[in-house]
Design a protein around this ligand. Structure first.
Ligand code: HEC
Ligand code: HEC
Length: 142
């Protein structure tokens, strides 16, 4: 019985030490209840750039420099193709979807966009004017 009690007390101490550790972590949205609305909400402005946004490293998926509010990517349509497909990019004066997106390592003869590149937003996203949420020392590569 005594040993059980000792283990119980030790477990309680361990648990409270864990809680004390957790209390030092502050949420970026302030110390609010999990389901409470944020105190202030700043809608961020999208960065619209004429031309390309400089990449931070060579093989970074370039960020989207234009508005995308009306674009749709679903099973039935992908409106990015309106301007970026091999058939349309010239007349739309847009960069063509990267050639790498058509190279299927499993089926080298295939010329179609590979399925895993269909959902453009998985890798290409617009940018907003926002300060980094936490200080960091990141520097772009060459
Ligand atoms: C109405 C035509 C049009 C549509 C639709 C469009 N884009 Fe673009 N996009 C452009 C043009 C033009 C540029 C080049 C911007 C410039 O040179 O000013 C561009 C640039 C980009 C770039 C930057 C490329 C680089 O090398 O920096 C990305 C990424 C991109 N678009 C992704 C998308 C995605 C994803 C969609 C669909 C959600 C989309 N675009 C829909 C016309 C379009
Ligand atoms: C799995 C990630 C991924 C997906 C999904 C993806 N891309 Fe990319 N994209 C990249 C990367 C990485 C690069 C830069 C390296 C390269 O060219 O392969 C790139 C480059 C590009 C470029 C620049 C080409 C150039 O010559 O500068 C355009 C335009 C582009 N993608 C459009 C699209 C469009 C439109 C879609 C959706 C149909 C799409 N991408 C889907 C990762 C992705």
């Amino acid at each position: 019985m005594k040993t059980y009690l000792a283990i119980g007390i030790a477990a309680m101490f361990a648990a409270s030490a864990g809680l004390a550790g957790a209390a030092e972590v502050h949420s970026l949205r302030g110390d609010l209840e999990l389901n409470a609305p944020a105190k202030e909400f700043h809608k961020k402005k999208q960065m619209i750039v004429n031309g390309k946004v400089k990449r931070n490293w060579k093989l970074q998926p370039p960020v989207i420099p234009h508005k995308i509010g009306k674009e749709r990517i679903s099973l039935d349509e992908n409106t990015c193709f309106r301007c970026h497909s091999p058939d349309t990019y010239k007349s739309e004066k847009a960069p063509m979807i990267s050639k790498t997106h058509f190279k299927n390592p499993d089926k080298p003869a295939e010329k179609e966009l590979i399925k895993r590149r269909y959902y453009c937003f998985q890798c290409h996203v617009p940018q907003v004017e926002a300060k980094p949420l936490v200080e960091n020392t990141f520097k772009p590569g060459d």
